[in-house]
Design a protein around this ligand. Sequence first.
Ligand code: G6P
Length: 465
Amino acid sequence: MRDASLVVVASRLPINDAAASEGVFEWRRSPGGLGEALHPVLVNTPATWIGWAEKTGPTAPLPDVDGVHLIPVELSEDDVHDHYEGFANSTLWPLYHDAVEPAVHHRRWWEAYQRVNQRYADQAARVAAHGAVVWVQDYHLQLVPAMLRAQRPDLRIGFFLHVPFPPPELFMQLPRRAELLHGMLGADLIGFQRIQAVHNFHQLAAKVLGANADEHGVTVDGHVTRTGAFPVSIDTAEMEALASLDEVVEKAAKLRADLGSPQRVILSVDRLDYTKGIEHRLKAYRELLADGRLKASETVLVQVAIPSRERVEQYRLLRDRVEREVGRINGDFGRLGVAPVHYLSQVFDRTELAALYRAADVMAVTPLRDGMNLVAKEYVAARVDGCGALLLSEFAGAAAELTQAYLVNPHDVEGLKDTLVEALEADASEPSPQMAAMRAHVREHDIQAWARSYLTALEAACAER
Ligand code: G6P
């Protein structure tokens, strides 16, 4: 069964679990998800995707979805708890995001991380054709490249990290830091979102493993791993086409009317995650209402907060805090029929999302740390009218590219307030040169360009080997 020539290995399969439980298999397209990012690259290619199907225990074979062959990895309840919720999302995730919440360490989680990574590597080794490209995704699977190379040295192995790679002083806290670096170095090419991450990785490989690191990559025990920054992107043409539909334009107008036709609409779309800066943003908004610089009758904030990792305690606590604060703001500053915050803890379909983007005068994307943030790029792509303003955190990967945005430090509440007001005061109905420049950027640097540049670099790295 070794016949797959392009194999993607990712924590989960890109299928919609709610639909799948009713026997309908469709691609999961949710903002911030990996399936959303890779859909345009893989759809209708002869690719195979190995991942968890979100059910514990034995999993039945799955049909192909959008032309992609899906191979489920079986995880037990303990695997999910200790690997996905534990080591991946309670140890690595907070540490890789500046430790905005403290990282939790348990030795049992590390054992699960190794065990589960081995299972993904074994599946890939089983199905990949001779010399196939195996593209391993993200922080859940950092040991897979080396585990795979040990079994299948013929493969061309790529690894891409979608999240930030932290500076040495944070990464050095990990008890098993050397093993994690060795795991990644099994790849021929490691891709990061930003050049700073490449530098962090090089420093760590030299310091922890005594590796030789230069501008092209890292050499350990004679094996060369190339490294580089490949900022991930979106399917710009698809979002533009969607946002241009009459149906979407009408929906956007209806949304504004439903909101009571305020003068200004601020929109935020986030996974409900403590890295997204939702609390800082709400605080700034509350203070602006309290100071009288914004009025609830004129401005509305639509906060879409997609539930995420709900069994992890830090996420449950965050949800409680956010919902309490939304209630307080509406209680203190609303009137009958007027709510300053519209809070929607739901998943939106692509058409609704495009309509929201078109309805928003200001899109506020203010994470405390973010690998990239594709919502920012989607907003820009959706503004086919060239209007609208983007408020963007300096700590999102997207800030390195969308430099014409209203850039903010989300920790600086005064600065956040001033810049939000500035963005709101810009004439949202007039096309701006800033939006035009950002739109040109996401058109040229779309997801197809990203995949092409990564896979070409992987070919080159393997050719040298
Ligand atoms: C981040 C990660 C992705 C992940 C997504 C959603 O963007 O880099 O790997 O798919 O968050 O998180 P979840 O835990 O729901 O898969």
